[in-house]
Design a protein around this ligand. Structure first.
Ligand SMILES: Cc1cc2nc3c(=O)[nH]c(=O)nc-3n(C[C@H](O)[C@H](O)[C@H](O)COP(=O)(O)OP(=O)(O)OC[C@H]3O[C@@H](n4cnc5c(N)ncnc54)[C@H](O)[C@@H]3O)c2cc1C
Length: 388
């Protein structure tokens, strides 16, 4: 949509990934004249919000996320209703772990205390329900019944469309080159200058590049994620197409990592099984990497797949890239810029921010318009890093 380049907005949101788009949507709902700026032509696949699927779950070891998911589910349902697009598919989310695993125990304690629907799965039950999924004999499993799959691309499109319907303005292909803080913030892009009373920065893996010139260094790491899809050895034979669960494997074989998986959706007959993590990389250079066979996280996945899913080829059929922006404690950053209170920052989503994005957007909007969010934002504060 064309706007005069000298317009003054109530708020500019920098970055049209899922977090920025939901922030802009909530600002527009609050009748704020809002501009959403994006450096790439939309849609694009250079950040963290692209692709067709993301896991949604209440199963968290940190109870504050479990609490926040309550409202997040409601906000997802609201967007589904407004847009008429189905975004959430309930499949249940299976968590597996070695016996006595602390994270596993805490997850179920959190769900149980809140009387949320979950069930512990005995080995025999698990075998019957998921015939192609081989648990280690001593491993434990549980199911978060409200867990499932979000349609990521559709969600991004839906929230941006609703924002536009409410009078919001999106300008894509506008890379922000300079921010001049002040009572009115001046934002210069490659082709225009915009002004607003408030700015929200949701720049995903580019956050540090945007924040450094504003005098803020955050302990963010940007990681290249290899998104792997796996096919059956004999198509249709394993029964996995009918029974593949959305899952999270915590410390499989007692190793210090997590693997997650989702039923076939992106590519017919291919299952998404990924390593939760990756190697540090600049978002501008994420495709530059060594041979897939020599990458450690893919080697770990090959071993995982051959052991847990013996009916799948133990080599990925498709590998795509995405980016995580991770903090040291893997909790988000939702806070004001320490020196400029009309600049709000949403960052560090550490590979698990999609499911919470409707609520993250609401919180960032509230911070920006001076409304006190009902959640305790201490786990998301910038000051927490000073003690680390
Ligand atoms: C492989 C993978 C799997 C994941 N799985 C899950 C999951 O199952 N469940 C879950 O909840 N979460 C998951 N996540 C995490 C979730 O997708 C992210 O937390 C979320 O997408 C982050 O969104 P964002 O808006 O912060 O970042 P982004 O989507 O990267 O958006 C930031 C935007 O800012 C723009 N930008 C940056 N700098 C500028 C500038 N100077 N000028 C203009 N625009 C700029 C960028 O181009 C980009 O579009 C996963 C992430 C990945 C990568």
């Amino acid at each position: 949509m064309a706007v005069p380049s000298s317009s003054v907005f109530d708020c500019i949101v920098l970055g049209a990934g899922i977090q920025g788009s939901f922030t802009a949507y909530h600002l527009a709902k609050n009748h704020k004249k809002t501009l959403l700026l994006e450096q790439f032509p939309l849609p694009h696949s250079r950040g963290s919000s692209h692709g067709q699927t993301r896991i949604i779950r209440r199963a968290y070891a940190e109870d504050f996320y479990t609490n926040m998911m309550e409202e997040s589910y409601q906000l997802w349902a609201e967007l589904e209703k407004e847009s008429g697009v189905k975004l959430y598919r309930k499949t249940g989310l299976v968590v597996i772990a070695p016996p006595g695993n602390e994270e596993f125990e805490t997850i179920w304690k959190n769900l149980e205390e809140r009387k949320l629907p979950w069930e512990s799965l005995m080995q025999e039950q698990f075998k019957q329900k998921y015939p192609g999924f081989s648990l280690n004999p001593e491993e434990v499993a549980g199911c978060d019944h409200d867990g499932g799959v979000l349609s990521a691309d559709k969600a991004l499109r839906a929230v941006q469309e609703q924002f536009l319907k409410m009078g919001g303005v999106i300008r894509d292909g506008e890379k922000v080159k300079h921010i001049q803080p002040g009572q009115v913030v001046k934002v210069t892009t490659n082709s225009s200058v915009f002004e607003a009373e408030h700015l929200v920065i949701t720049a995903g893996p580019w956050a540090q590049k945007v924040l450094s010139p504003l005098g803020l260094e955050l302990p963010l790491k940007t990681l290249r994620i290899n998104v792997c899809y796996w096919k059956e050895k004999i198509p249709g034979k394993s029964g996995l197409l009918q029974n593949f669960p959305t899952f999270l494997a915590v410390n499989p074989n007692g190793e210090e990592h997590e693997v997650y998986g989702l039923p076939s959706q992106e590519y017919p007959g291919l299952f998404k099984i990924c390593f939760h993590g990756g190697n540090e990389a600049d978002p501008e250079a994420r495709e530059l990497q060594d041979k897939p066979n020599e990458i450690q996280d893919i080697q770990i996945l090959c071993k995982f797949v051959s052991q847990y899913f013996p009916d799948l080829h133990p080599k990925p059929a498709v590998i795509e890239q995405c980016m995580y922006t991770s903090t040291p404690d893997c909790n988000f950053i939702l806070d004001y810029h320490p020196l400029h209170k009309n600049i709000v920052i949403g960052s560090g989503f550490s590979g698990h921010g999609f499911k919470l994005s409707p609520l993250v957007g609401k919180i960032l909007c509230e911070l920006s318009i001076g409304k006190q969010p009902i959640y305790d934002l201490k786990p998301f504060s910038i000051t927490r890093f000073k003690t680390q």
